[in-house]
Design a protein around this ligand. Structure first.
Ligand SMILES: [Zn+2]
Length: 225
């Protein structure tokens, strides 16, 4: 893994860059203007041992809140508390690749936000929506007879492995084909993450990989021309 933490806005890895904001205010007894920090990088909470802060992404420039626990053991023993650094807001499970077109991407972003916030049914329904939209989209683009995984497999967009994917597809086929999640079934976070990763993998094959291949192909053409 790259150094730093993943920006919840754009998915790039970035170092912790505290947001510091100075503003001229009128203060003191004599009414002079002076520069003060309205917000300075971090706040340490003794009770939890965490430091909270606001970081600015080096890639996209957007700010997000983070929490970290600094190494606070005595030198040279650094074994007890390791540095952790995690983005707190906006909640995001994973960044969704920009190669995935609207409105499929919006549904996946919703799923990612729901999963990041711990909404399991919300995440499941949004993942399902993303897949249904992708199937519909591909049906239209490729003039397929049906909007289904089978049709995508038969059109060569996803591999047999992805289509069958062990027990995974079968386990989820039921849910993906029905109106609502089985109310008698308790969902675990792991299951929803598994569904998310499964559909993210399918979307990678359908949209992301072909777009990347197209990019390197036109780059090659440009170099040989
Ligand atoms: Zn970013």
């Amino acid at each position: 893994m790259a150094y730093g933490l993943m920006c919840p806005h754009c998915g790039e890895y970035t170092a912790f860059v505290p947001v510091e904001y100075r503003k001229a205010v009128q203060g003191g007894g004599n009414g002079d203007w002076q520069e003060v920090f309205l917000a300075s990088g971090t706040i340490y909470d003794e009770h939890s041992g965490y430091t909270f802060g606001t970081s600015r992404c080096q890639a996209c420039g957007n700010a997000f809140s983070v929490r970290f626990r600094a190494n606070n053991t005595v030198y040279p023993d650094r074994s007890v508390v390791r540095v952790t650094l995690e983005a707190l807001w906006p909640t995001r499970y994973k960044a969704v690749p920009s190669e995935i077109p609207s409105p499929v991407r919006e549904a996946m972003e919703d799923a990612s936000a729901a999963l990041g916030a711990g909404s399991l049914i919300g995440a499941m329904l949004a993942v399902r929506t993303a897949l249904l939209r992708a199937q519909e989209h591909q049906k239209e683009v490729l003039k397929l007879e049906k909007a289904s995984l089978k049709a995508l497999f038969e059109a060569g967009l996803i591999s047999r492995f992805e289509f069958e994917s062990g027990d995974l597809a079968r386990r989820w086929a039921n849910f993906l084909g029905h109106e609502e999640p089985d109310p008698g079934k308790d969902l675990s976070r792991e299951e929803v993450e598994e569904l998310y990763e499964y559909v993210a993998g399918l979307l990678d094959s359908i949209y992301v990989k072909p777009a990347k291949m197209e990019r390197s192909r036109s780059k090659l053409k440009g170099e040989t021309a």
